[in-house]
Structure formats: C-alpha cells, structure tokens
Design a protein around this ligand. Sequence first.
Ligand code: NAD
Ligand code: UDP
Length: 311
Amino acid sequence: MRILITGGAGFLGSHLCERLLNEGNEIICLDNFFTGRKRNIAHLLDNPYFELVRHDVTEPFKFEVDQIYNLACPASPPHYQHNPIKTTKTSVMGAIHCLGLAKRVGARVFQASTSEVYGDPDVHPQPESYHGNVNPIGIRACYDEGKRCAETLFFDYHRQNNVDIRVVRIFNTYGPRMLPDDGRVVSNFIVQALQGKDITIYGDGSQTRSFCYVDDLIEGFIRLMNHPSQVGPVNIGNPGEFTMLQLADLVLKKVGGPSKITHFPLPGDDPKQRKPDITIATTELGWQPTVSLDKGLDATIDYFRNLLAEG
Ligand code: NAD
Ligand code: UDP
C-alpha cells in the first residue's frame, strides 16, 4: 500500500513510518519539522520506498494514497502552548485536509486523537463513552478542543460523505525519539536525572498518568487501521496508573546520581488523574500492552544516555 503519514518525523510518527516501511509499504512522510526532527527518520531516507515532504497540514496537499495516518500536531504542553492559535489550526485544518483527500482518492484515514478529549475527568478510568470535562477557554484548550473538533469532523465526513475513518484516543506514550527538551514528564525526569539536575515535580506530585511504551501503541494503531469495521474512537494506552512522585522515584532509582526532587507550581487545568478503560481495544482489536513501565523506562533511559553522550 502507499501510505501518507502526517507528522511522520515526530516521536510517534517516526516509529510508525519505520514499522509500515518494514512491512513492505510505500511511505510518504509529511512534516513541517516544528517538533519533528530529520534525525528521527534519517535511517529511512535511503530506502526507495520512503519519501519525505516538508509541508504544513494547514495548507492543502494532494497525494494518490491508500491510507492516511494524521499525526501532525505538537503533543507536549509547552510546544502546543507556544503558538496556541496555530495548534488549533493544525488540528482542525489538518483534519479537513486529510479528510478531503481521503474523500477524493477513496483512502482510509486515521486520526491520532488523545485522552485530552476527556479533559480533567470526573469518571475514572475513562471509557470511550465518557464525553469529558474540558475547559474550553483554558491554556490546554487549543490542543483539547482542536482534537475534539477534529473528531467531530472525522465522524461528520464519515456520516455525510461515507469516508472510511479510524479514530484512536492515545494515552500518555513514551519511548526513544522523544526530544530531550520535549517538556513531557517522562523525558524531563530521565534527562534531569541523567544530568544530575533536580527532578521538577509540578504540584504535589499526587496527580496520576498511565504510561504506554511506544511499540505497544504502534501495534494498536495498526490493528485499528486494518480492522474491517471498527471505526472508533478506541482508547489505546497502558492502564498501569502512577503518581508523578512514583514516576520520579522509579527514574531516580534506575538512573542513580545526586538528583533530588523539587516542586514547581501546577500548571492550569492539569488533569488530576488519567487511566484508560481498554475494554474495546482488548475485545475488538485483541490488543493489550506488553511492555511494563519498568522495562520501557530502561529502554528509554538507554536512548537518552546515548543521545546525551553524543552531545
Ligand atoms: P511530536 O510533537 O513528536 O510529533 C508531532 C509531529 O507533527 C512533529 O513531527 C511535528 O513537526 C509535526 N507537526 C506539527 N505541526 C505540524 C503542521 N502544522 N504541519 C505538519 N506537521 C506538523 O508528538 P508525538 O508524541 O509524536 O504525537 C503525535 C500525534 O499523536 C499528535 O497528533 C499527538 O497529538 C498525538 N498524541 C500523542 C500522545 C503521546 O503521548 N505521545 C498522546 C496523545 C496524542
Ligand atoms: N509534570 C511534572 N514535571 C515535569 C513535566 C510534567 O510534574 O517536568 C507533570 C504535569 O504537570 C502532568 C504530568 O506530569 O501532571 C504529565 O505531564 P505531561 O506534560 O507529560 O503530559 P499531560 O499533562 O499532557 O498528560
């Protein structure tokens, strides 16, 4: 198949490009390199079935493809809050352009949605049927509402124009190729520990997240995309739930060194708890996570140790 991956030079996108290329597909990787890096896909550039296109999804694009994975959007709070208007445009216009293309060429189109559509949830764990608790005017809204609107567009193109859609709601995912200055918690804690700097906990550290290793997530993507009828939304994430204090302790134990824990103010609208209900993924896709946080952190720490050693 010929497959378009928007945001293909980013953390998740580069793993998806690699996996689909290895399975014998032809890949068009489209990215504006806002948070993506050429080094993430450098090892794929010599492959004749891999094509890299520098382009912004807020501008229209046209390719003859069989499948489209729409991943373009900064995912880390400091990155998506850097230019919040652009973040909303990326989600909304990017979705419109992917859906318009899918409609024209008859491609199946996949949306990388997020657990952020649940906002600061008052239902725990979160099933797909939960409609969420998002503050529409807060500092996270550019991302949360952009992704919610993208889901709306996907389901309306499906109902109105019969476009063949798949929507995944991704819970916090980590692994090699996150940026060292990405700003998300796993990369922050690991890089801080490796550099002997203090570990920055926002708030009292009692807030929870559920962390999925990247390889497990990509397996879930491919199962949903190639499912004959399940359009989603489907939660993909690891239900193991940890407080940020527990995560910091685990990282410190693994890395060692002189780092101590220090506290900073909790950013606005920071969700207090998050854990996926993965009943649909397990029953419909036969998917479940296989990599524990313990093992996944080891692989991620190795990656950052090598990256920092390269300078
Ligand atoms: P990332 O920031 O590493 O990757 C995003 C990619 O999109 C980057 O390569 C970036 O350059 C590109 N991009 C951003 N704006 C663009 C634009 N206007 N035009 C073209 N390309 C653009 O983040 P990631 O973790 O790889 O996330 C990928 C997708 O998965 C995002 O849509 C994100 O919202 C979603 N997601 C990720 C997580 C997670 O934990 N990693 C959780 C929920 C949802
Ligand atoms: N966080 C933290 N220290 C950091 C970065 C993040 O304590 O250096 C917290 C953040 O406030 C949030 C959690 O860790 O409660 C997860 O943050 P991240 O940005 O990784 O993901 P998201 O909040 O989007 O789930």
